[in-house]
Ligand binder design. Sequence first.
Ligand code: NDP
Ligand code: OXD
Length: 315
Amino acid sequence: MTARSTLLLAVPVSWAGLWTAPLAEMAPDLNVVVQGRDEYDPKAIDYALGFRPETGLLASLPNLKAVFSLGAGVDGFLVDPNYPKRIPLVRFVDHQLSREMAQYCVMHALIHHRQQRLFDTFQKEKKWRQSVPPRRTDDTRIGVLGIGEIGTIVAKRLRDHDFKMAGWSRTRKQIPGVESFAGHEELQKFLNRSDILICLLPLTADTRHILNAKAFSQLPKDAFVINVARGGHLKEDDLIAAIDSGHLSGATLDVFETEPLPDSSPLWSHHKITVTPHVAAISDPRVMAKNAVDGIARHKVGKPLDNVVDFARGY
Ligand code: NDP
Ligand code: OXD
């Protein structure tokens, strides 16, 4: 008989029920304790599930065997200098999540491409204006920074709308209809041909502040930026300066250096910036719980875990 395992759920206490209910249903033998709500012996914790656990928490669990992330991005774990790197960290990979991200990116690329914000203004002013110059989709070049699980689906969906697609990654890709640029040597060439730039990179030491004044100056005039990855990718002041100078035409931002975005942020009221509150995709708690339950089952019988983070690469 296998011993009963204990999972530590490291999420805001008021949200814990989103995961405790499906975990109880799917794995009645799993003992689940909630960080900040339940008393527990650190030595008793076998597994952890969370998004941005407090610094030092995971290092304080001497018998921890694997950690499951509630997010595709694991920067919230790796920001902890004490993360115990001998313990595998499993990131969340889910086709539905990728599809929702693709919906968001397609929607905002099309809102920009079809100049919907202009028509919103005309409507407010009761103006019937048909004289807006049309834009050809097959002349519009979209570049996706990060062509991994999510970026690949985003690029394919936009390709199917006839945009001229390219992706940038560390390693070369072969995706029909999506030109591949790889490595820092090819970044400038990639930026030079991106009328719409979508960031879908993981946040690592290499990619922090990659969306900066230099990168913006390498985009074509009137380029548009969509950041759905992490706020740490973007230098917010550089973005505002590039838009206000007239070089960039605007941006859609779902993620921010500080979340929730403070009231004092100029991003809230910039007329060329659309702000959404980190909702490009909302992962289903049942699927997240299942991901952890399946991983624990694999680990307990000695099978390798899927989607394990490579700590050297940082994603
Ligand atoms: P993946 O790990 O599958 O893909 C990452 C991609 O980035 C890969 O193509 C990788 O290249 C590339 N990359 C990483 N580092 C570099 C680098 N230094 N230079 C060039 N390319 C690099 O991640 P996902 O697609 O699953 O997720 C991407 C990000 O999306 C997450 O990290 C998260 O921050 C964000 N996200 C945001 C959500 C939201 O609601 N706003 C929801 C979900 C995710 P290679 O393929 O060569 O390894
Ligand atoms: C994620 C996110 O990384 O929701 O999954 O941001």
